[in-house]
Design a protein around this ligand. Structure first.
Ligand code: SF4
Ligand code: SF3
Length: 519
């Protein structure tokens, strides 16, 4: 096997004998086969009118290969079958063609491998957002067609740097379109998010913890737990659900449990409740709690109960009832000892208050905005983000999003006027909110986003972060600090290009970086 798509890849180079994430070499091989079959399906569909089913298979196939999503070989084999059948339905003669062999890419010259990886991992990230939008009835022909275009290009051995570089930027553009689509899907379905304080304590009685990004799965579960005496807690990237009117209306949606994904094996170990994973990041469940973890949609792990189709969550609800919950309220805290966290500072709220923010900047009360966001992860070095937020002076505002925020979102670092100094804009896909706010502020101050007193300090782990990074580059945003380490799939030559054109820098020490940023 060869896989180097995530930040924890073995030795910072690539996993070759089983994944650090727990992915077996057979699974990695099948994921490559699946990608090869999607490349051929895309190639055929670019020449014969693609059906909605082609787009669905491509979206789901790509999402399946995202880190910490699917560890189940049988399911991947089934997807490969589906891709073959659909290809032959589109064009019967293609039955004679073999799927694309992904080792062609892993063994290609390093710059080609690097650019194709950026495109492939980027579309894998985008596909997750496209799947979440699709379950709410929102899709984009532009995004779906881009998947086909990008997949064909990945399989084209004739393309060089000159053809691939523009496609890397186009991947960023497609992700921007897709994040906008998902933002619209969420807001039109569940209402406009508004700021909310979320408790971390667990009330007495049976409960279910819902992890991942898919708000629709949470909504279905809230509907099915009405009057059942089972409370619901968000986990990881599900926290921003509390900010949506149509979700927070359910009285059994009580609070948030735990921190970011990499702590799940410790946090789920002894809880008397059940857990539902709606997307990444799922880790191999320990025996002590494996019988209490359920999956849905693209997430799979052999041995775990998977709920799909009509999404009847009865087995999950019954398991929670059986587990019984705590007898008394259980006081929980975040990493820094805080008892609550806040969320819901999406673009709608911030832009409604743009006037007050602009005044605060003009009066010197706010001197700098730091966007500290992205994925959390297991490898050391991520305390950087906590240290940076703690050391940021009192006239800075911290905007944040995605699961990396659990490093500091329970800190009380005060407010500036009506604004708390830490504002959680939502999930990773809500990077769209951050971009909208940055563009609006630049408009108001009649300058470019790069001239704003705004610095981006990002953390990456999986492929959605790759897609978001490409969006920021596509928008011409410079001086991004990226950590905790640079992606293994960025070759020295490609890195040079990013440094020269976008002044992208790796994170260093929190203290020194902060000094440079504030200068
Ligand atoms: Fe390794 Fe990450 Fe690939 Fe898993 S997803 S096999 S940890 S590079
Ligand atoms: Fe976290 Fe997996 Fe990326 Fe949506 S849950 S951000 S790592």
């Amino acid at each position: 096997m060869f896989c180097f798509q995530c930040e924890q890849t073995a030795g910072g180079k690539g996993c070759t004998t089983g994944g650090v994430c727990g992915k077996k070499d057979t699974t990695a091989g099948l994921q490559d086969k699946l990608t090869g079959s999607l490349i051929m399906l895309a190639k055929v569909s670019n020449r014969h009118k693609p059906t909605e089913n082609v787009f669905r298979i491509i979206r789901e196939g790509l999402f399946t290969t995202v880190t910490n999503v699917n560890f189940d070989d049988k399911v991947i084999e089934h997807l490969i079958d589906e891709a073959h059948k659909e290809r032959i339905t589109l064009f019967a003669d293609s039955a004679k063609c073999d799927d694309f062999d992904m080792s062609t890419i892993w063994e290609a010259p390093e710059d080609i491998r690097s650019l194709k990886s950026l495109i492939l991992f980027g579309i894998r990230g985008i596909s997750a957002y496209a799947c979440h939008a699709a379950v709410l009835g929102f899709s984009s022909g532009e995004v779906d067609s881009f998947f086909c275009k990008a997949l064909e290009a990945i399989g084209n051995t004739e393309l060089g740097m000159d053809e691939l570089l523009p496609l890397v930027m186009e991947t960023g553009k497609a992700n921007f379109t897709c994040m906008e689509l998902l933002d619209r899907a969420h807001t039109e379905t569940y209402g406009k998010p508004s700021p909310v304080t979320v408790p971390l304590a667990i009330e007495k009685g049976p409960f279910i913890v819902v992890s991942g990004h898919d708000l629709q799965d949470l909504k279905l579960l809230l509907e099915q737990t009405k009057g059942k005496g089972v409370n619901i807690y968000t986990h990881g990237e599900m926290l921003p659900a509390h900010a949506y009117p149509a979700l927070k209306a359910y009285p059994q949606l009580k609070g948030n449990f735990g921190t970011a994904w990499q702590n799940q094996q410790i946090e789920f170990d002894a809880i008397p409740g059940a857990v539902l994973f709606t997307t990444n990041c799922l880790m191999k469940p320990k025996d002590s709690y494996g019988d209490r973890v359920f999956t849905t949609a693209e997430v799979r792990f052999p041995g775990l109960i998977h709920i799909d189709g009509k999404k009847d969550f009865t087995p999950l609800i019954n398991r929670a009832l059986e587990a019984g919950g705590y007898r008394e309220e259980k006081i929980m805290t975040g990493i820094n000892g805080g008892k609550t966290v806040t969320t819901g500072y999406a673009h709608g709220v911030i832009l409604e208050n743009a006037g007050a923010i602009v005044e605060a900047v003009k009066a010197g009360a706010i001197k700098h905005f730091l966007l500290v966001g992205g994925c959390d992860g297991a490898r050391p070095g991520r305390n950087y983000y906590t240290d940076l937020v703690k050391a940021a002076p009192e006239d800075t505002v911290i905007l944040t999003l995605a699961c990396g925020k659990y490093r500091f979102n329970d800190l009380d670092i005060g407010s500036i006027g009506p604004f708390p100094r830490i504002m959680d804009m939502g999930q990773c896909n809500d990077a769209y909110s951050a971009i909208k706010v940055a563009i609006a502020l630049a408009d108001t101050f009649k300058c470019s986003v790069n001239e704003l007193p705004l610095s981006l300090v990002l953390s990456w782990y999986e492929q959605k972060a790759v897609a978001i990074l490409l969006t920021l580059l596509y928008l011409g945003i410079k001086n991004i600090r990226l950590g905790p380490s640079l992606p293994a799939f960025v070759s020295p030559h490609v890195l040079n290009y990013l440094v020269e054109n976008f002044s992208i820098v790796p994170t260093g020490s929190a203290e020194q970086d902060l000094a440079k940023i504030l200068n």
